[in-house]
Design a protein around this ligand. Structure first.
Ligand code: PLP
Length: 220
């Protein structure tokens, strides 16, 4: 079996165990396999074993590999997990099923216009900068609930959940717990949190989606 397929099954199993041990509902946490920097040859074995949810962090890179793969596997669910520039919103709306990184009004407004124009409605998540790190994308936790409301009322955008990337040098648990609390306050169901190093903690804290790259495909 291909190494990435072995890794994938091991991660799916670890998600199940973490959910069970934490008393989370079985099957609540979905795996987003993060394929940035990896080509179709490396992605294919994972597709062939049944994985269907994938994440990419750059619009252009995703455009170069996913339309071809999607012809063969039409039921793929593709997530944008990297920052979105307003000049890329047309491409993003056309390609992605879930856009996880809405974090400012300029993007909300550009997405709303583009979604009307294309009559396509990707699921939208707001990225929260839970550590208030200056170099990191995402809205500050103190503004997150109000921003979700602004997206709804001012831009007519339905927001379905929240996403975060905790500071690299901190215990991620409190950041995941904060994200879950904000989602509950805003009445949102989807929680995208946890990566290769901490997806079990995120699962235990109620993640609906964990985004795992290197633990499946190897180091980039
Ligand atoms: C690359 C990336 C991941 C996956 O990271 P790994 O540590 O390789 O699992 C998850 N989320 C985002 C936003 C990423 O850019």
């Amino acid at each position: 079996m291909h190494g990435s397929v072995v890794n994938l099954h091991s991660i799916l199993n670890r998600i199940d165990v973490a959910a069970r041990e934490a008393g989370q509902q079985a099957g609540k946490t979905r795996l987003v396999a993060v394929t940035k920097t990896f080509g179709a040859d490396e992605i294919l074995p994972v597709l062939e074993t049944g994985q269907r949810i994938f994440g990419e962090n750059r619009v252009q890179e995703a455009q170069s590999k996913w339309p071809g793969l999607r012809q063969r596997f039409p039921d793929i669910e593709l997530h944008l997990i990297g920052p979105l520039q307003s000049n890329k919103t047309a491409e993003a709306v056309a390609l992605f099923d879930v856009i996880e990184t809405v974090d400012r009004e300029k993007i909300a407004s550009a997405l709303a216009a583009e979604m009307r124009k294309q009559a396509r409605h990707p699921t939208l998540l707001v990225q929260v900068n839970t550590g208030d790190e200056p170099q990191k994308a995402g809205i500050s936790p103190k503004d997150a609930v109000a921003f979700v409301e602004t997206c709804r009322t001012r831009h007519g955008l339905e927001i379905s959940g929240l996403m975060c990337i905790p500071p690299a040098d901190e215990n991620p648990g409190p950041h995941f717990a904060l994200l879950a609390k904000l989602a509950a306050q805003a009445g949102l169901d989807i929680l995208s949190m946890g990566m290769s190093g901490d997806f079990e903690i995120a699962t235990a804290l109620g993640a609906t989606h964990v985004r795992v790259g290197s633990a499946i495909f190897g180091t980039r």
